[in-house]
Design a protein around this ligand. Structure first.
Ligand code: GTP
Ligand code: MG
Length: 211
């Protein structure tokens, strides 16, 4: 897929102010600092579109981006950020979990996993929750440039093994690097495919300008 345009749409703290659910939408989630915002910028080849930082906890809002004027990427705040207070964390839980469970145009959740790490409980628990709630998701291993391919492959195989203890089938997975653009074509082809399926759905959608 060729990216012709990528624009910031809006930031939200409340799920009732989200854009009308008329275009196919893909949400990026994972631990704080795993590289969600960087991956979005890499996919659309626009540095600085989604704000990135070396300090965990940069993204605090639900940020929507409109791509090619016909689909949406969503940058979500990270989970597992140690400095977030307990009450903040439970707000995160409510807000994000509500969004993930109720967003009707959400086609797939991209769950990002740091390819340098062995399986982490927090990531497995999150995948398990997605599964329990019937939310379609794929795994995206990030920061592949930071270590050898052998090491990434080992960690991905371990994660897959842990996932297969929770699910009968493992979801599709991708290996990516925001530095080298590894995985870009594969992720965009996957999205393109889902966009086409969405177009074929026989439902009457309102014109966004009339809402
Ligand atoms: P929060 O919004 O805080 O949850 O973080 P995030 O998941 O959006 O991470 P972000 O994209 O801000 O990246 C965190 C740090 O990791 C930044 O310093 C990035 O430059 C770095 N980073 C992200 N992806 C990659 C990658 O693929 N390779 C390398 N080498 N660094 C990366
Ligand atoms: Mg971010």
């Amino acid at each position: 897929m060729i990216i012709k345009s990528a624009e910031f749409q809006c930031s939200n703290t409340r799920t009732d102010r989200l854009p009308a659910p008329v275009l196919p939408e893909y949400a990026f989630i994972g631990r704080s600092n795993v590289g969600k915002s960087s991956l979005i910028n890499m996919l659309v080849q626009k540095k600085g579109l989604a704000k990135t930082s070396q300090t965990p906890g940069k993204t605090q809002l639900i940020n929507h981006f409109l791509i090619n004027e016909n689909w949406q990427l969503v940058d979500l705040p990270g989970y597992g950020y140690a400095k977030t207070s307990r009450s903040n964390r439970s707000d995160w839980e409510k807000f994000i979990r509500y969004y993930l469970r109720n967003r009707e145009n959400l086609q797939c959740v991209f769950t990002l996993i740091d390819s340098r790490l062995t399986p982490q409980k927090i990531d497995l628990e999150f995948c398990s929750w997605l599964g329990e709630n019937g939310i379609p998701f794929v795994l995206v291993f990030t920061k592949a440039d930071k270590q050898s391919k052998v090491k990434s492959d080992q960690n991905m195989a371990k994660f897959r093994k842990s996932i297969l203890e929770l699910f009968e089938e493992a979801p599709p997975q991708f290996i990516t690097s925001a530095e080298t653009d590894e995985g870009r074509d594969e992720v965009l082809a996957f999205i393109d495919d889902l966009n086409k399926k969405f177009e074929k759905l026989d439902i009457v959608r309102p014109d966004p300008s009339e809402i």
